[in-house]
Design a protein around this ligand. Sequence first.
Ligand SMILES: [Zn+2]
Length: 268
Amino acid sequence: MLGRIAAAWKKAKCPVLFSGAGMSTESGLPDFRSARGLWKQQPESLATPEAMFGQPDAFYFFYQWRIARLWEVAPNLGHLRLAQLEQAGFLQKVITQNVDGLHQRAGSERVVELHGTLRTVSCLSCRAGYDSRQMLPARSDWEADYQEGRYRRGDECRCPRCRGMLRPDVVLFGEGLPEEAWTEAVRWSRQADFFVVVGSSLAVSPANLCPLWAVERGARLLIINAEPTPLDDRADWVIRTPAAEALDRIADEVLISAENPAEASVGP
Ligand SMILES: [Zn+2]
C-alpha cells in the first residue's frame, strides 16, 4: 500500500497536509488534557478570555506550564520528513491545528497555523511580540508554588516595554480563527489534489472542513490517525500506525524514487 501512496503523492501537483495533536505525540509533548490532577478546573475553561481577565493566576500558570513543556521537546522524525518533502518540492502547504511550532522548528516554511502559536506572546497594549519564553518565571520553584497553592503570576506576564499584559498568541476558546490563516487554509484545501490528514480525529469544526473540501474537489485523501475519523470512508487510504513511523516510510518511497527517476523503467 505504501508504494501506491507514494506513487500518487509523487504524481500530485499540489500535495497539502493537515496535522493535529497526534502529529506531536511522538515528540513527547504532554497533552494538557492528560495532565490530570494538575489543573484545579477544566482546561477548556482556563483557555478563555474570561479566565485571562477573571482568573489571571490560573490562566497564566496554565500557559506558562504549556510553554515550558513546549520548549523542552523537539520535532520528531515525522516533522523532519515533512520538512524534507517540502524542500524537495513534494509538499505545498502544511495546515496545522497545533500551536507547538514543531513543524517550523523541523524546517517547514510553508505552514498555516489555524489556532495560532505558543512560540510567541504579544502585548495587549502596544502589540509588541516576544518569544514565549519571555513569559516564563525566572524563579525555578514556580511549579512547586502552584502545587502548594502559593503561585502568583509575576512581572514576566507584563510587557518589558510598556508594562501592558502579555498574552499567548493562540486562539482561545470563544475567539474566532485568525482570518488570514483561515483564508489560506480554505484556498489550499480547495487547490489540493492530494490531501494528507495526520494525527487529527477531525472532530473540531471548522478545521475538519479542509479535507472535506479537498475531497469534494477530487483530491485523493490519505488519513494517518490512530483512531477512526468521520472521513475514513471518503479516504483513498487509511493508516493506523503512529504518525512519525508512517511518514518516515512514505517519505522514503517518495524521496528515494525521486532521486532515481529512471529506476522504475530500467530493464534487466
Ligand atoms: Zn507593550
